[in-house]
Design a binder for this molecule. Structure first.
Ligand code: ADP
Length: 548
């Protein structure tokens, strides 16, 4: 008979994170730029107390374990309290992206059957518009204090967040329950289909939190000042609200103010050392610091993910500003962290260029995630850095099924069931470094060969006159599809189609060079900052390539 371990069986619960932060980093600051217009300062100890008061208030409103607490809010301390007050008390924190179309927000809140909706003050007009179409929501709570309560609103019985908390004494013990209980719910942004809910458990979130804070992952510590630019409604800000509590560091939250100037000023005034965000926000920040000839005085490291980080952006951050870039890949279905580009001692012996090429990839799987590439028949493909295939993953924080769906999205690898097909196409090299070449829907299929849109975009982005670039497939009678390059030039830059195409020569096989370039003033982005390839393809569906 097997001998059982004789260790304490303590469930892995979200409440343990904030309890730990309050006890061991109680006076460490949480700084938030509020939509009310000021900079607010609190501590982990106060945040934990208010999270307990919120748990009491939500119970008083009649919420039962498992009920969904919807949020429409930016990064700030009240949103953080909702993360802990709801999940910690057995409710489910359901963050919704306020930048989605109103119909999408309503669809998601209805699908989730949210009982309560907590929202930031500046989103009142949006919520007033949505409210008649949200029958499951019994209480609307505006995340502000009495002094800022709107004088007039169409929302009957609108509740004031701070007032609800102030009415509670905080004498509340975080309950203990099964670690497999749901803690939070995030919907995929629906870039490639209608949104689907990923239901995280306390256990999956705690394991993700442990793994993501490791030195070879985000490498966060109590010595850092962390500013998540990535919103708390975008896959839980990549887990930072949890990992910052685990390590007990100072946390700075920018509210909705994500333009280059606001971010730069907050980085400098609060001494931010570490940040995380999608490439589009760094474009804005870099543009601002370049245009104003500024330097960062404390900013040392950043995680970039959500879309491929263009090597030119990585280089500029590293060489011009001394900011280390950690390229990461993940997705809603992975809580979200899957891989990160960090070098081992052996890889640090490689020539600088080889190191750089590795860093530009999406990186190695963190412990807890297993990955593979497979052909369309589900047969594993080799890790040679050349062959590309469908990227499959499995692990402690990978979804098993979507919210409300009984059918499984999982597939087999070499006959072994239980792998989640990510929808991404990638190669993996013999170091185990994964590189995304495309989403399977965005890959350009030219004469039976695949061309990576990301690789072409990265080359275009390295041209000094290019601000942003997107490559899409354009129909071609002979080759099926050929790449079309859509570009926004930098302000006042001179650049012709011919100059840009010549820039590709010698950087990629000649048959992969785009057939045409169109200059535009705008490239559509999704609500999470990704280029909307579907819309671009639609916009250019009748584009005639030269020579046709
Ligand atoms: P959605 O799938 O709804 O767009 P996610 O935020 O979950 O929302 O997006 C996950 C997808 O984003 C991945 O499957 C991948 O295609 C893309 N992605 C994330 N990080 C990277 C990266 N570093 N490089 C390239 N693509 C990335």
């Amino acid at each position: 008979m097997a001998l059982m371990g004789q260790m304490m069986a303590m469930p892995l619960l979200i409440s343990s994170l904030i309890k730990h932060a309050a006890r061991h980093a109680g006076d460490t600051e949480i700084v938030s730029k509020r939509v009310e217009g000021d900079l607010h300062r609190t501590t982990w100890a106060a945040a934990e107390r208010r999270s307990r008061q919120l748990a009491q208030a939500l119970a008083r409103l009649g919420l039962q374990p498992g009920d969904r607490v919807g949020t429409l809010a930016w990064n700030g301390y009240r949103h953080l309290e909702i993360y802990y007050g709801s999940s910690g008390s057995g409710l489910v924190c359901h963050t919704i992206n306020p930048r989605l179309f109103p119909e999408q927000i309503a669809w998601i809140a209805n699908d989730a059957q949210d009982s309560v909706l907590c929202f930031d003050l500046n989103l009142l007009p949006l919520v007033e518009k949505l409210a008649p179409g949200l029958p499951s929501i019994k209480h609307f709570i505006v995340m502000t204090d009495r002094a800022h309560m709107p004088a007039q609103t169409t929302l009957a019985g609108l509740l004031c967040y701070d007032e609800l908390l102030d009415a509670e004494d905080g004498r509340y013990a975080w309950p203990e329950f099964d670690e497999n209980t749901a803690c939070s719910l995030c919907y995929t942004s629906g870039t490639t289909g209608h949104p689907k809910g990923a239901v995280y458990s306390h256990r999956s979130t705690l394991l993700h939190t442990y793994a993501s804070a490791l030195p070879d992952a985000l490498d966060c510590s109590a010595r850092d000042v962390i500013l998540p630019v990535v919103p708390m409604f975008h896959v839980n800000a990549w887990g930072l609200p949890y990992s910052c509590a685990l390590i007990g560091c100072k946390l700075v939250m920018p509210g909705p103010f994500l333009d280059g100037q606001s971010l730069y000023e907050l980085f400098e005034s609060e001494g931010v050392t570490f940040s995380a965000g999608v490439p589009t926000v760094w474009l804005g920040l870099l543009n601002y610091v370049k245009a104003n000839n500024l330097k960062f005085s404390s900013f040392k490291r950043t995680v970039i993910g959500g879309s491929a980080c263009p090597p030119a952006m990585m280089k500029s951050l590293q060489e011009d500003y001394g900011v280390e870039v950690i390229h990461a890949w993940g997705m809603t279905e992975l809580s979200p962290i899957g891989t990160l580009s960090k070098l081992s001692a052996k890889q640090l012996q490689l020539p600088k260029e080889a190191q750089q090429r590795l860093l530009e990839k999406q990186g190695k799987a963190v412990f807890g995630i297993d990955m593979a590439i497979a052909d369309d028949a589900g047969q594993a493909l080799p890790w040679d850095g050349q062959v590309t295939g469908n990227l499959l993953v499995r692990g402690h924080w990978v979804i098993d099924s979507y919210y409300g769906e009984h059918s499984s999205p999982l597939q087999s690898l070499d006959g072994e069931p239980g792998w989640f097909p990510t929808g991404d196409v990638a190669s993996i090299d013999d170091y185990g470094f994964m590189q995304i070449t495309d989403r399977s829907k965005d890959v350009i299929k030219s004469g039976g060969e695949w061309i990576s849109s990301i690789e072409l975009e990265n080359i275009a982005m390295a041209h000094p006159a290019v601000f942003e670039a997107a490559v899409i497939a354009c129909a071609h009678p002979k080759w099926d599809e050929r790449p079309l390059l859509v570009v926004i030039k930098k302000p006042e830059a001179e650049l012709t189609r011919e100059q840009l195409l010549a820039f590709f020569e010698g950087r990629i096989a000649s048959w992969q060079i785009p057939d045409d370039v169109v200059f535009v003033s705008e490239i559509p982005h999704t609500a999470t900052g990704k280029i909307q390839k579907l819309r671009l393809r639609d916009q250019f569906k009748s584009h005639r390539l030269p020579g046709l």
